[in-house]
Write a protein that binds this ligand. Structure first.
Ligand code: NAP
Length: 274
């Protein structure tokens, strides 16, 4: 039981397909106790059975990261429940639809600000506000994607946000390292979730990744969950400021390897079509 005695909070579970759910489940199975959050009342009812499934014992709190007072309230609730906490999972991102398809050069300042606020600044603010209740060896985890490092079609605005998020992870890691607190990111391969549904041509992205990854497959929330659990546990006690890829190896590829079918033709064309 790698997470026995660990207490924490998981932000970003929308449903059982969420990456945050995969991480929370892996932690719970390894003995962690946790609280989870929901965005607004509309999601509260949906999350109640998930909170039960994660043995939260009623620790289900509202937290819209655009509302600083809700993060303050979350801190008070966590302090009441646990005193100190050992981990935070930040699995939150949002960009207006106009930022996830079409011409990148058309993105408005409003869309840019919203995406950066919810997807990047929220990590800083959550850590800032929860810092007084973080234990001496606490671990913070956020979620990124390869589109923050290299161009990915339609990822557009979120790519810029993920680049900022990855650097935020590193600067936070340096800053909080002196307090014993670790901050890491997982760069996950594409997974069909609610948030992913907003990205133009997401189905093609999945197909392309499975075809061109060394492991020739897409990743699951269980696989990301297990890697996340490792980064939140003491098994990774000397790891901080990392962006850890859980992407079936996709990021190492400089050029797609070509698989041939039985007729000797490439099984997948350069554009991902079989
Ligand atoms: P998801 O299930 O839709 O989770 C996204 C979460 O962000 C939802 O719980 C959503 O809440 C929450 N959120 C949005 N705006 C918020 C706000 N203002 N305050 C609080 N929470 C807010 O999708 P997911 O794919 O698991 O995404 C989780 C993270 O993984 C994101 O950072 C995403 O960029 C990253 N990621 C995803 C993929 C992928 O392919 N799916 C790959 C790599 C990285 P509501 O649902 O209640 O709106």
């Amino acid at each position: 039981m790698v997470m026995k005695g660990k207490k924490g909070v998981v932000l970003g579970i929308a449903n059982k397909k969420s990456i945050a759910y995969g991480i929370a489940k892996a932690c719970e199975e390894q003995g962690a106790q946790m609280a989870i959050t929901y965005l607004n009342e509309r999601f509260q009812k949906k999350l109640e059975p998930i909170a039960d499934d994660l043995s939260c014992e009623g620790r289900l709190y509202p937290c819209d990261v655009t509302k600083p007072e809700e993060i303050e309230e979350l801190k008070k609730s966590l302090e009441k429940d646990f005193g100190k906490i050992d981990f935070i999972v930040h699995s939150i991102a949002f960009a207006p639809k106009e930022g996830l398809s079409g011409r990148f050069s058309d993105i408005s300042k409003d869309a840019f600000s919203v995406a950066m606020d919810i997807s990047v600044y929220s990590l800083i603010e959550v850590v800032q506000k929860l810092k007084p209740i973080l234990s001496e060896s606490a671990s913070v985890l956020t979620l990124s994607y390869y589109g923050g490092v290299k161009y990915i079609p339609n990822y557009n605005l979120m790519g810029v946000a993920k680049a900022a998020l990855e650097m935020t992870t590193k600067y936070l890691a340096e800053d909080l390292g002196r307090d014993g607190i670790r901050v890491n990111a997982i760069s996950a391969g594409p997974i069909k979730t609610l948030a992913a549904a907003g990205i133009g041509d997401f189905g093609f992205m999945l197909k392309w990744n499975a075809a061109h990854s060394p492991l020739r497959k897409n990743v699951t929330i269980e696989e990301v969950g297990n890697s996340g659990m490792y980064l939140l546990s003491d098994l990774s006690s000397a790891v901080t400021g990392e962006v850890h890829y859980v992407d079936a190896g996709f990021n190492i590829m400089g050029m797609p390897a070509v698989d041939f079918d039985e007729d000797g033709k490439p099984a997948i064309a350069w554009n991902g079509e079989k």
